[in-house]
Design a binder for this molecule. Structure first.
Ligand code: AMP
Length: 219
């Protein structure tokens, strides 16, 4: 089986997390989500977590070398030997260049299937989506109070865990995350288009429709 390397791009709350979690479950490729990995470091009060916390609270990118250290260890691990689904990394040209170098080293001359899937959505819709977003404290499943509410208020349908709002989903921090996306992450669209790896997906449609298209693209 050829190694499959999928990189997802898209603004905050574009649906990347929903799509990549599902894809991971159904494909057995690991979901490598830097935001969740960093939140786990913060919760564990590790050295990395303590460093990352202040950037995350402001909606800014944590320093590239810190994220790179966490992510490259993961990509080199046995868990990722058949491929991976990257969600939230890279988020800047600097990080994309770090990733390129790491993958060159990891994959050598082996043939891999590598795709960058860009979830394209109108940002005006997204701020509201963020403010209404809740996630399960136990299993991470994502809900939306307006469009994807849980059956029982405050409780996860999947595992019965408690639903919480991420602290950086409050309006002010959310706004600054969009600024960060537009200045630092958006340039990756051109970067990956030039490499011929980028595929755009219209993220304004229903979750299932988007998922079906992603599956088609991956083949
Ligand atoms: P997310 O869950 O993907 O929205 O990420 C939450 C926060 O974690 C971001 O606002 C950043 O502060 C930080 N973060 C996640 N991924 C990265 C990354 N690749 N580079 C730098 N910071 C990141």
């Amino acid at each position: 089986m050829m190694k499959t390397e999928l990189i997802f791009l898209g603004p905050p709350a574009s649906g990347k997390g929903t799509q990549t979690s599902r894809l991971s479950k159904e494909s057995s490729l690991p979901h490598v989500d830097t935001g969740s990995m960093l939140r786990a470091e913060v919760a564990a009060q590790s050295e990395e977590g303590l460093l990352a916390k202040s950037f995350m609270e402001k909606g800014q990118l944590v320093p590239a070398e810190l994220v790179a250290k966490i992510i490259i260890k993961k990509l080199k691990s046995d868990e990722c030997k058949n491929g991976f689904i990257l969600d939230g990394f890279p988020r800047s040209i600097e990080q994309a260049e770090i990733l390129d170098k790491a993958l060159e080293e990891i994959d050598g001359n082996n043939e891999v299937k590598r795709l960058v899937i860009n979830i394209d959505v109108n940002q005006e819709l997204l701020l509201e989506r963020i403010i209404n977003r809740r996630s399960c404290k136990s299993c991470g499943k994502i809900f939306n109070l307006k469009t994807m509410p849980p059956i029982k208020e405050g409780i996860c349908d999947a595992c019965g865990g408690e639903l919480v709002q991420r602290s950086d989903d409050k309006e002010e921090t959310a706004r600054s995350r969009f600024n960060t996306y537009n200045t630092e992450t958006q340039p990756l669209i051109e970067f990956y288009t030039k490499k011929g790896w980028l595929v755009n997906v219209d993220g304004s449609r229903a979750v299932d429709t988007i998922y079906a298209e992603i599956k088609d693209i991956i083949g």
